[in-house]
Design a protein around this ligand. Structure first.
Ligand code: SF4
Length: 449
């Protein structure tokens, strides 16, 4: 939570000596609050005041990175309870848990599946963020062998779930991947904190008996010197998870309660035995307020909606996802192929592009800059009118791309046909179907070139 000028002023010497370049300490404090000058510009700050101001300036939820230089998950540093207040910045990391009791071949195969899983949505590549490996056998050498099987599969960030002995056996090799060590508990926290410090790894802190006990354990670990912490409050089912994660977020943001100002890790597979319910619970936790979700089941059918939900939640609602304006080729169109026009809202573009690709008609698609708005919204906002479409036709030389000079308008803006014919003399303006899914049938019926 940012400090106000008055709160900063309370920590200043109040001598109005002007050495900071401002006439009074209060004027200086106001500028610091606006972030236009640094607090270090006052040479008379006491060490205590400096420490207090620096601590207060820290984000209410610490940003924690898991992973090495090639791939990493960054979670935390959120400043809002609700997405309509402000953007959520650091998407929940979705990782899949494997156990060292499985044969090496199976581990390798499953790790490969996770690493290679990728889908494209509205022009963006979506995939999983990491692997968790659990020392379910309790045997450090089995954990070490399992990690070797898993570790060869790309550079995905790791969550290593084991006690201090098993972790110590693998960290010499694995520390460069900067894995999340799971987890410090009341029984092992000193040893786990030492490992986290020695190998410079983030540390998960698990305490299921309540938030007070969790906060007390985190404070002990922070005093040891560990800074990058992820907390596990132990809440597992739907209701407990929602209540507890919301409490943690509120305490961090509204009360500036530092001991719980860390991202949260969740295990939805421990809240239900049903894989479909696990996905539902994971979805709840992506929305409120997990930093890392560890899945026990992985299937493309369950992960795709989860990643789509995450994309929607962590997309800035004030900045619609857009594609570049221009003329796009779908298939291998010729100069006689159909030319359609649409807006540069990604979802609109990919809907019509997908339908054109599967229509059996290689086509051209002219995309207008409507600032990321869909067809009807941009028309209503005056950003998809005849003048703008005509300007785009000329800017991207659509007249040189197709020989027929026919342009297919989205059916929802059929009203633009007359005006567009006036704006584009020599062009034939055709009215396509209102819905993208009907474009194939429309072309079959009407496209004669
Ligand atoms: Fe106040 Fe420090 Fe500025 Fe002097 S230098 S006026 S003490 S803020």
């Amino acid at each position: 939570m940012a400090l106000t000028g008055i709160e900063i002023y309370k920590h200043l010497p109040k001598t109005n000596c002007k050495e900071c370049g401002f006439p009074t300490c209060l004027a200086f404090a106001m500028k610091v609050a606006q972030k236009s000058v640094a607090i270090t510009q006052c040479p008379h700050l006491s060490a205590e005041a400096r420490a207090a101001l620096e601590a207060a300036a820290r984000p209410p939820i610490r940003l924690v990175a898991i992973g090495g230089n090639k791939r990493k998950i960054e979670v935390g540093n959120e400043v809002a309870m609700f997405r309509h207040e402000k953007t959520f910045y650091h998407p929940t990391g979705v990782v899949v848990r494997l156990k060292d009791t499985a044969p090496a071949e199976e581990l390798k195969r499953k790790a490969e599946e996770v690493v290679s899983y990728q889908v494209e949505r509205v022009g963006m590549k979506l995939g999983l963020d990491g692997l968790a490996l659990e020392n379910a056998s309790g045997d450090p050498s089995a954990f070490s062998r399992a990690l070797e099987a898993v570790d060869g599969q790309g550079e995905l960030p790791l969550v290593l779930m084991a006690g201090p002995a098993a972790l110590a056996a693998v960290l010499e090799k694995a520390a460069s991947r900067r894995p999340l060590l799971y987890a410090a508990t009341q029984d092992n926290w000193e040893a786990m904190a030492e490992l986290a410090l020695k190998y410079k790894c983030p540390l998960a802190v698990s305490e299921p008996s309540g938030l007070e006990a969790l906060a007390a354990l985190v404070e002990k670990i922070v005093q040891k010197g560990v800074e990058d912490i992820i907390v596990d409050p132990g809440a597992r089912d739907f209701a407990a998870s929602l209540v507890t994660l919301t409490q943690i977020r509120r305490l961090a943001l509204k009360k500036n309660f530092r001991p719980l100002g860390y991202p949260v890790i969740t295990f939805p597979g421990e809240g239900t035995k049903d894989p479909e319910e696990e996905t539902l619970l994971a979805a709840q936790q992506v929305a409120k307020y997990a930093g890392v979700v560890v899945l026990d089941h992985f299937s493309p059918a369950s992960v795709y909606p989860l990643l789509t939900l995450r994309l929607n939640i962590y997309t800035d609602p004030q900045k619609p996802i857009q594609v570049q304006p221009g003329v796009y080729q779908l298939g291998a169109p010729k100069e006689t192929s159909p030319l359609c026009v649409t807006t540069n809202f990604s979802l609109t573009y990919f809907s019509i592009a997908g339908e054109l690709e599967s229509s059996g008609f290689p086509s051209w698609l002219l995309v207008c800059d409507t600032e990321g708005l869909s067809v009807l919204t941009s028309w209503a906002a005056g950003k998809f009118d005849a003048a703008r479409i005509a300007k785009t036709v000329k800017e991207f030389k659509a007249g040189e791309t197709v020989s027929h000079h026919s342009l297919i308008l989205p059916g929802k803006v059929a009203i633009l046909k007359g005006e567009l014919e006036e704006e584009l003399p020599g062009w034939q303006i055709l009215v396509g179907p209102p819905e993208a899914m009907d474009i194939g049938g429309y072309l079959k019926q009407y496209w004669k070139n």
